[in-house]
Design a protein around this ligand. Structure first.
Ligand code: DX5
Ligand code: ZN
Length: 220
């Protein structure tokens, strides 16, 4: 069985000590850096943009997993490739021509991800799942860190896993929002492959230890 991955969300880091927090993730058991880009239009919040990602990339030595919570993401695919993103995730709710967007992401040499809001049914991916490297199931309404986990996510993980298996796809399932030691194991048991964790990691006293525990739980 392939190992389950932990992706600390930099949104919850201390931006005044960004290099310190990035080095912490570099040295920890974490697998990916999860980077949340918000435009204040698709979601009611603005996070940070290209100069900050450029700064992060100077120090980060693990996979850069970029989650675009923006309208019209096609406009920025090349920009995020040039910034060193490895996985680029767009929201299905923000894409008029999802299939074309996925091809454009891959053409830039990145893995193509699709995020689904809590209200969006996984059946919408029936015809594209074989083209998708990663599906990010939002387990909170996107826009803010520190929100509570929506319990219906477990059902969605199972539905998505069923779809992936039925179609013979190699798609990974990522869960984003409200992930803690209380739901990590159940999410993985339902079929999740990548767990994003922001507040739970960065608000903890011993961050490397929290990452280590999550990683162990996810792989238990
Ligand atoms: C929410 C973001 C998440 C967020 C998760 O819109 O997409 O990645 O950083 O933060 P926590 O783990 O605090 O819910
Ligand atoms: Zn995210």
């Amino acid at each position: 069985m392939s190992s389950k991955l932990i992706a600390p969300s930099i949104l919850a880091a201390d931006f005044a000590n960004l290099q310190r927090d990035i080095e912490m993730v570099n040295k920890s058991d974490a697998d990916w850096f999860h980077i949340d880009i918000m435009d204040g239009v698709f979601v009611p919040n603005i996070s940070f943009g290209m100069p900050v990602l450029q700064a992060i990339n100077k120090h980060a030595n693990k996979t850069i997993d970029v989650h675009l919570m923006i309208v019209d993401p096609d406009r920025y695919i090349k920009t995020f490739a040039d910034l060193g993103s490895h996985v680029l995730t767009v929201h299905v709710e923000a894409c008029t021509h999802l299939h074309r967007t996925l091809q454009a992401i891959k053409a830039e040499g990145m893995k193509a991800g699709v995020a689904l809001n809590p209200h969006t049914n996984v059946s919408l991916l029936e015809d594209t799942i074989n083209d998708i490297d990663l599906v990010c199931l939002m387990s909170v309404n996107p826009g803010f860190g520190g929100q509570s986990f929506i319990e219906n996510t477990y059902n969605k993980v199972k539905q998505l896993k069923e779809l992936i298996t039925r179609k013979g796809a190699a798609t990974k399932i990522e869960i984003d929002g409200g992930v803690t030691n209380k739901n990590a194991k159940q999410l993985v048991d339902a079929g999740a492959d990548v767990l994003v964790a922001g507040s739970y990691v960065f608000k903890s006293k011993n961050q490397p230890e929290t990452i280590k525990e999550l990683k162990a739980l996810a792989n238990s």
